[in-house]
Design a protein around this ligand. Structure first.
Ligand SMILES: Cc1ncc(COP(=O)(O)O)c(C=O)c1O
Length: 323
């Protein structure tokens, strides 16, 4: 009986290689966050992917879509503007599949990000720090236009990005739950909210609410984009969203710590923000399942001190975006 209790249920699966193992992430109930007996709050744990984030799904979809269309021959050169999880995921995918990857990112990104990309053999081109991630997008687009031998997946405009969630994340959630009253995620490129939102709406119609967690204007939260920052990625269709709810950076950190200390989940700060919104939605419901996304784990944010430093000392944390 003891052995039975220790066994993973259901089993995590068996795969021919690491790329095939992407996805199939656990959905874990967090009873401590559920305000009343009929309301259940669930976390979709994307940090269980091979490089530790939801972007493994997207990187696989972007690369395999290009392969299927014949846009990527063996040994091809791939170029993408990203300072975060997508770059790391693409670096792993490209190294496994034999493509040469170059990422464009702002010159002031942290040493942790550079090392993670280096580790998988990606090359890095820096863009002007002052222009942030929008500057990296601009530079990568210029490079791709001037040299047709680059293949740029461009996650901000590529339907394969929401497709990874429409055909993957959302399908898993539908296997894991019979009903979903609300789905909450942060917005980076918009891929998660668009792909999951569309599939869940097709299944449950208006009974499911698709909710974006947004950083408070002027208070960036790592990993979250504001729709008012001047760039709406082409893959975003605002009509898929029912609501967007603001979260302060302080609330994001408070909830990141709460998930760590009370629920045993070591998550990145955007997941704290998303959990904050999920709890607010759960408070408004009388019954139903609220699913929220944990996009990544906390290992890349450790040096910022958000897990341990006194709240009043956190004014200087690096809030550069991380997609
Ligand atoms: C770290 C991180 N990566 C990715 C995402 C989701 O991004 P996208 O909108 O590109 O699917 C989020 C959203 O919260 C995030 O925090």
């Amino acid at each position: 009986m003891a052995v039975e209790r220790l066994r993973n249920k259901p089993c995590g699966g068996r795969y021919g290689n690491i790329v095939q193992s992407i996805g199939n992430t656990p959905l874990v109930e967090l009873p401590g966050l559920s305000p009343k007996p009929g309301v259940h709050v669930w976390a979709k744990l994307e940090a269980r992917n091979p490089t530790g984030s939801v972007k493994d799904r997207v990187a696989r979809a972007l690369i395999e879509d290009a392969e299927e269309r014949g846009a990527l021959a063996p040994g091809a050169r791939v170029l993408e503007p990203t300072s975060g999880n997508t770059g790391i995921a693409l670096a792993m995918l490209c190294s496994c599949k034999g493509y040469d990857l170059t990422v464009v990112m702002p010159e002031n990104v942290t040493a942790e990000r550079t090392s993670l990309l280096d580790m998988y053999g990606a090359k890095i081109v820096y863009s002007e720090a002052a222009k942030g991630s929008n500057g990296s997008v601009e530079k990568a687009l210029e490079m791709a236009e001037s040299d047709p031998s680059w293949y740029m997946p461009y996650q901000y405009g590529n339907p394969a990005n929401p497709g990874a969630h429409y055909n993957g994340t959302a399908v898993e959630i539908l296997e894991q739950l019979d009903d979903v009253a609300a789905f909450v995620a942060g917005l980076g490129t918009g891929g998660t909210l668009m792909g999951c939102g569309r599939r869940l709406k097709e299944t449950f119609g208006d009974a499911v609410k698709i909710v974006a967690a947004e950083p408070m204007p002027g208070e960036p939260v790592q990993g979250l984009r504001s729709l008012d920052d001047g760039f709406i990625p082409p893959i975003i269709d605002l009509s898929v969203l029912d609501r967007k709810i603001f979260v302060t950076n302080e609330d994001a950190i408070v909830f990141t710590r709460k998930l760590l200390r009370e629920e045993g989940l070591f998550v990145g700060p955007s997941s704290g923000a998303v959990a904050r919104v999920a709890v607010r939605i759960a408070d408004e419901l009388d019954e139903g399942n609220v699913v929220f996304m944990v996009a990544d784990d906390g290992s890349k944010y450790l040096s910022s001190g958000i897990y341990s430093r006194p709240m009043e000392d956190l004014g200087d944390i690096d809030s550069t975006v991380w997609w």
